[in-house]
Design a protein around this ligand. Structure first.
Ligand code: SF4
Length: 381
């Protein structure tokens, strides 16, 4: 399953596994659609859990994850929920943090009470034969009680066009597709060719779901999650950003964050400089219409040249939006799904900011970008 999320670290300690909800059934019965997992940040926002963020954040994005005893049938090399990653599914972290299990009806009730503070809701499917039916059930439950826009981060193997149409009819606002790996070769090595027991995923199927979702939901209502740091080149990322922009589909950037004991658990994150540059590049492609010829690469596909006008590039950097968390927006276009701590530990520097970077953050970002090394000015009119 894909990288998604809104995680915040919930500290280990007494009561870490204790659920704050009432009326729990036996562990075996705590499955979707009656139960769902929610991100740590969502649990805190809805007061299922107490806790503090490193900086004051008002997180209005609520991320739900379907829960089954057998877990997700896929076995992606980098995912915390992967089948062959050691541990019981219910105890597995996702993006290195815990996702507590809550009763769906209580969750919906709390979301309805907190509606004024909420910006975006999202149901993340997993690869399971029950996932589509249960996503519909939970969507109906949410839509009957809460007005906040709803996204579904889909599991493509479980879907077809008719099922996407059904999501649309039920009032789903946006569709996310966790492509994650941006080339077919990489996708195949990390998501298709899996150890015994896993369900391999199909690159072709993922793109057919992207196409169908774009047809059914319309322009800028579909997004692809794309990861930086799985082994792709900068050129691969630029190609993907342009390809998606041309189809009026958002690319949402995620920074690979190794899950301990996953097959990629030992791989380092991408260097901060590369990550910052990819954030800026993606923003220029999506928001300023930059194209392939605005960028130059070395023989290995590393970005070595950015061609553009000084005013455009400086404005894009200074604005700070390029470095904020990419996610489905709130009703008025404000940041919706902000996933605080999704790409970094609370003790680490922000990789993406769930708020507009402050002056001190901007100074650090400028250092990290080292733009003078790659920027060829005033070429683009
Ligand atoms: S960006 Fe959108 S699709 Fe992705 S997890 Fe957030 S709300 Fe869901």
């Amino acid at each position: 399953m894909t990288d998604l999320g809104a995680p915040v670290e919930l500290r280990a300690g007494p009561g870490r596994r204790e659920l704050t909800v009432t009326g729990e059934g036996p562990a075996a019965a705590r499955v979707s659609p009656d139960w769902v997992r929610i991100s740590g940040a969502s649990a805190m926002a809805l007061r299922f859990r107490s806790g503090r963020f490193g900086r004051e954040l008002a997180s209005g994005g609520i991320n739900l994850l379907l829960n089954y005893e057998e877990g997700c049938r896929s076995d992606c090399a980098y995912c915390g929920l992967a089948r062959t990653r050691p541990g019981d599914y219910e105890d597995k972290s996702f993006i290195r943090v815990e996702w507590p299990l809550v009763r769906t009806d209580e969750l919906v009730e709390r979301m309805a009470r907190a509606e004024d503070r909420l910006t975006r809701l999202c149901i993340s499917m997993v690869t399971s034969p029950l996932a589509y039916r249960h996503t519909c059930v939970i969507t109906e439950q949410i839509r009957s009680a809460v007005r906040t826009p709803l996204s579904i981060l889909v599991a493509p193997p479980t879907l077809n066009r008719a099922k996407l149409e059904q999501f649309h009819e039920l009032g789903v606002d946006m569709i996310g597709v966790g492509l994650d790996a941006v080339t077919e070769e990489l996708f195949r090595s990390l998501r298709t060719e899996v150890p015994a027991g896993g369900a391999g995923l199909s690159w072709t199927k993922y793109w057919s779901v992207v196409d169908d979702a774009r047809d059914v939901f319309g322009p800028w209502k579909v997004n692809c999650h794309t990861l930086v740091g799985l082994g792709e080149t900068d050129r691969d990322l630029v190609e993907t950003f342009v390809r998606l922009r041309e189809r009026e589909i958002f690319s949402y950037l995620f920074c690979f964050n190794p899950e301990p004991d996953s097959r990629l658990g030992g791989r380092p994150k991408s260097p901060l400089r590369r990550w910052r540059r990819m954030q800026l590049v993606k923003h220029l492609i999506e928001s300023a219409g930059y194209d392939r010829d605005n960028f130059g690469f070395d023989a290995a596909g590393n970005l070595e040249l950015l061609r553009g006008t000084t005013s455009e590039v400086e404005a894009a950097v200074a604005d700070g939006v390029a470095f904020m968390t990419n996610g489905c927006p709130g009703e008025q276009g404000e940041p919706g799904c902000t996933r605080p701590y999704g790409s970094y530990r609370p003790s680490e520097q922000f990789r993406d900011f769930p708020f507009r970077p402050e002056p001190g953050d901007m100074r650090a970002i400028l250092d990290e970008l080292a733009l003078d090394d790659i920027f060829e000015r005033e070429v683009r009119a």
